[in-house]
Design a protein. Structure first.
Length: 216
């Protein structure tokens, strides 16, 4: 079995809903990162065996294999393949697993694992359109959970907190500490090496978006 190693890791700064990245097409945003990865590693993209990209809401701007759209938008050779995977909140992590497994199995020499999601342009739940296209859950599945229903994430979080005896105060403290650590890490420049600046338009003036927008 071969050993899989991570050579580099880059990303855009995080955005907020209808924030500084809202005017970027998600495939173009992913392509921006691919091009930066190519440039800083002097990578010949023709050597890339695959690009595995995680994405949850694969509809609208994120439909029709957004991973492939990102590869082509980056100007990479048409011979470079790409696939898009959906394991819901774990989609990008699954992309990493698939990429590593491919290397370990000897199927890949160079593979890129990635993730993309623009919730400003493709909001959560966009892929569940209903109407004439029907409901995503078949009758057998609904019948299986007829007594409890399918709980949303909020109810699921309550169930987990009850099972592991986690209080609201514990969670609030953890959330506040996470924000404080993120702010400190940003101030100390700990994210500088991984963040790829993104040009944005502010009232007709181009600025570079360089820090995570979600830190409060």
């Amino acid at each position: 079995m071969y050993e899989a190693v991570i050579v580099d890791a880059v990303r855009t700064p995080g955005g907020r809903r209808n924030g500084r990245l809202k005017d970027w097409h998600p495939a173009a945003l992913a392509a921006h990162v691919l091009k930066a990865l190519e440039e800083r590693n002097n990578l010949d993209p023709a050597l890339v065996d695959d690009v595995v990209m995680g994405c949850v809401m694969q509809v609208g701007q994120q439909s029709l294999n957004i991973g492939r759209s990102a590869v082509l938008a980056a100007g990479w050779p048409e011979s470079v393949p790409s696939t898009t995977v959906d394991r819901q909140c774990g989609s990008s992590q699954q992309a990493i697993h698939f990429a590593a497994q491919g290397v370990m199995a000897g199927a890949y020499d160079i593979v890129i694992a990635a993730g993309v999601e623009s919730m400003s342009n493709v909001p959560m739940g966009s892929s569940v359109v209903g109407g004439e296209m029907g409901h995503p859950f078949p009758p057998a599945m609904l019948e299986r959970y007829s007594e409890t229903g399918l709980p949303p994430q909020g109810i699921g979080a309550d169930m987990i907190s009850d099972e592991y005896n986690i209080s609201r105060e514990d969670l609030d403290a953890f959330g506040a500490q996470s924000q404080q650590r993120a702010e400190q890490a940003t101030t100390e420049g700990r994210f500088d090496n991984e963040i790829i600046p993104v040009p944005i338009d502010i009232d007709g003036v181009t600025e570079m978006h360089t820090v995570d927008e979600g830190i409060r």
